[in-house]
Design a protein around this ligand. Structure first.
Ligand code: UDP
Length: 452
């Protein structure tokens, strides 16, 4: 394991955030932070996850740890290290927790023993840093095995889970059969949406705390018009020449609406379904499927496979349809640069879609809503918690329904539905519900409940 030291939050950025949420809410946040400090009584709030960079949890911790520190809370962040075997097990555990019944995701007892032995080793090193008043917030399946060896060393453990399924499957039951017993000593479990708490954890104290986004992060901060133009060119979505990491038949026609999905190339994100849905519709919109460059993540062969599926499907389309579909593989060498590219696509798209087949929370939806975009999302996981159909976005009730999906999108691109009104309400909903003030209040509440 190692300790991560994220960049501190600048005081002017904290002041801007307090302006954004208003003085009353800012006072509540400060009071909540003071209650956390009091509860910790000299101890530290520790977040633990399995990566310092890449992925929603890491992104959130780069924000939350500095924010809590700026509010006077002793807050630290450690990551578990692992070799390929460890991450192979955690990948299967995660896929299963998302409901996968793929035989390739099945875990044998030997693999689980290896995972537990590895985390036991990691916990040995970490325990040296912990004090009796500390509170541990381990995130996701990669850290569940830390709870048994560490629970007695600290004053409380709240395990935070960002994955889940709407209806349990054989796969998710197998994942919880591994994880639930590890959580027996946890004081509580935290989920992003209430209906993801599995039956196996029904006896645990649970809280619902959604992930949050940061308006000042490279992914969400306002961008000047000329910066957006430059970034769009670099995504092959402007008038300039198409870069080599973009698959497109020339520059995008600026006269037609832009529809975009930004996701990992993953089965559950269903980029292929988005492509087929839009390609089979009467829409004249340009579709951009935007994800990380699979070549930059060689340890995730699944992404290369799903990208290849989209490439193949696009190639098979008639030329006029193919011309209005771009596959954008964003460079990954500089993550701030990557985030700026995502930002530009999300804020330019006339419609942002997230046609996931399953979803933990769906930060891409939150990010697009913050940018006041009308979003069409599948009614799965955290997307159904974020989108209130017809008020702040549109929900696709059956994520496999390609024609229904295309209808929702064309309703927006064809102006039959008022996308501006949806986007305006979406922005305001994110401001109220998915910015980090909510996290501070929720954690203070969680720690206060323990004392009852
Ligand atoms: N993302 C990114 N670059 C990409 C594709 C995705 O930065 O090329 C980001 C996206 O903006 C979001 C996160 O990755 O912040 C994905 O989070 P989400 O909850 O939507 O899905 P997950 O990938 O965690 O299942």
């Amino acid at each position: 394991m190692r300790v991560i030291d994220p960049v501190p939050l600048r005081s002017d950025v904290l002041a801007a955030f307090f302006d954004l949420i208003g003085p009353d809410r800012a006072a509540e946040v400060r009071a909540a932070a003071a209650r956390i400090v009091e509860r910790l009584d000299g101890g530290t709030l520790w977040h633990v996850n399995s990566t310092a960079r890449g992925g929603g949890v890491a992104e959130m911790l780069h924000l939350l740890v500095p924010l809590y520190r700026a509010l006077g809370v002793s807050c630290r962040w450690a990551v578990v290290d692992g070799d390929d075997r460890f991450f192979d097990v955690t990948k299967k555990l995660g896929n299963s927790a998302y409901g996968s019944t793929d035989p390739g995701d099945r875990l044998d007892a030997g693999a689980v023993d290896g995972y537990l032995a590895h985390l036991d080793d990691e916990a040995g090193w970490f325990a040296e840093l912990l004090g009796a008043n500390d509170v541990l917030l381990p995130h996701d399946h990669q850290t569940a095995g830390l709870v048994p060896p560490l629970a007695a060393k600290v004053s409380a453990v709240h395990w935070r889970c960002h994955v889940g399924v709407d209806a349990s499957t054989e796969g998710s039951e197998a994942a919880w059969a591994v994880m639930a017993p590890l959580l027996d000593d946890a004081d509580g479990v935290v989920f992003s949406v209430a209906h993801h708490v599995p039956a196996e954890l029904a006896d645990h104290h649970f809280a619902v705390i959604p992930p949050v986004i940061w308006p000042y992060a490279p992914k969400n901060r306002p961008l000047a018009d000329d910066a957006v133009r430059d970034l769009l060119d670099r995504c092959g979505l402007g008038p300039g020449p198409v870069p080599p990491y973009v698959v497109a038949d020339g520059p995008r026609d600026p006269g037609v609406p832009l529809v975009a999905q930004v996701s990992r190339w993953d089965r559950l994100k269903d980029m292929h379904g988005v492509l087929m849905g839009i390609a089979g519709s009467a829409s004249d919109a340009h579709l951009a499927l935007v994800g990380p460059d699979p070549a930059a993540i060689p340890d995730d062969v699944d992404q290369a496979r799903w990208f290849a599926t989209c490439l193949e499907a696009r190639r098979a389309l008639p030329a006029p349809v193919r011309r209005r579909i771009s596959l954008v593989c964003l460079p990954m060498d500089d993550l701030d640069d990557n985030a700026h590219l995502v930002n530009a696509v999300q804020r330019t798209a006339d419609v942002v879609v997230q046609k996931s087949l399953a979803e933990g929370f769906g930060l891409t939806v939150t990010e697009a809503m913050w940018k006041a975009r009308p979003v069409v999302g599948s009614a799965v996981g955290g997307i159904s918690a974020q989108i209130d159909h017809g008020r702040n976005g549109l929900l696709l009730s059956d994520p496999h329904d390609l024609a229904g999906f295309a209808d929702l999108v064309t309703g927006l691109t064809g102006d039959a539905v008022d996308g501006v009104a949806l986007g305006t309400r979406a922005h305001e909903d994110v401001r109220r519900r998915y910015l980090p003030d909510g996290d501070v209040l929720a954690i203070a509440g969680l720690l206060a409940e323990e004392d009852r």
